[in-house]
Design a protein around this ligand. Sequence first.
Ligand code: ITT
Length: 196
Amino acid sequence: MKILVATTNPGKLREIEQILAGPSIHLVALSEVPPGPEPEETGNTFAENARLKALYYAAATGLPSVADDSGLEIDALGKAPGVHSARWHGTDYAVKFRRIYEGLAERGVSRSPARFVAAVALADGDRILFETEGVVEGEIAPEPRGSGGFGYDPIFFYPPLGCTLAEVTGEAKAAVSHRGAAFRGLREYLLGSTPK
Ligand code: ITT
């Protein structure tokens, strides 16, 4: 089964390929199809945006397409940056991290519970075939640590491992992450629905 991984984010693509890879699932990256405009992410929830992206790319390419819409919710900041994670205060993570620590300081706290959420949708033609969501609970680290992963991983402290998600291997992150949980669900669906 051939599936387009409809993401422009190389960090996500790497993780999705690692989780979904297998003999009966042939993944195609956006770089392998003719370039086109990106959809506008107008949804208010991760699930809405995942559906919107999957349907958009399925229509644009004619391939079954899977999309991931994800982000970081920080409780002390009213669940920001949430669905706006990618572009919240720009795309420079040093600046984004500084804004988060400033936001916490303004509220008189130095730490906060936080979670990564990933909504995943698979579309074929104009139909959503499967959708699911994964969550990983943690807290904002006292300072950024580690160089693995991508995005907000250096400030996401995961208590069961005693470190941030940027301080572990890709495999260790996938074993506990929001994306790992969601894409393992998709994998089961695909393997169950693929003629053997
Ligand atoms: P596509 O829409 O093309 O997939 P994007 O990066 O714009 O790429 P989103 O709108 O879903 O995707 O935004 C996701 C953002 O949430 C991502 O850019 C990071 O800032 C953050 N994020 C999501 N998962 C993450 C993870 O596993 N580790 C760190 N940050 C993550």
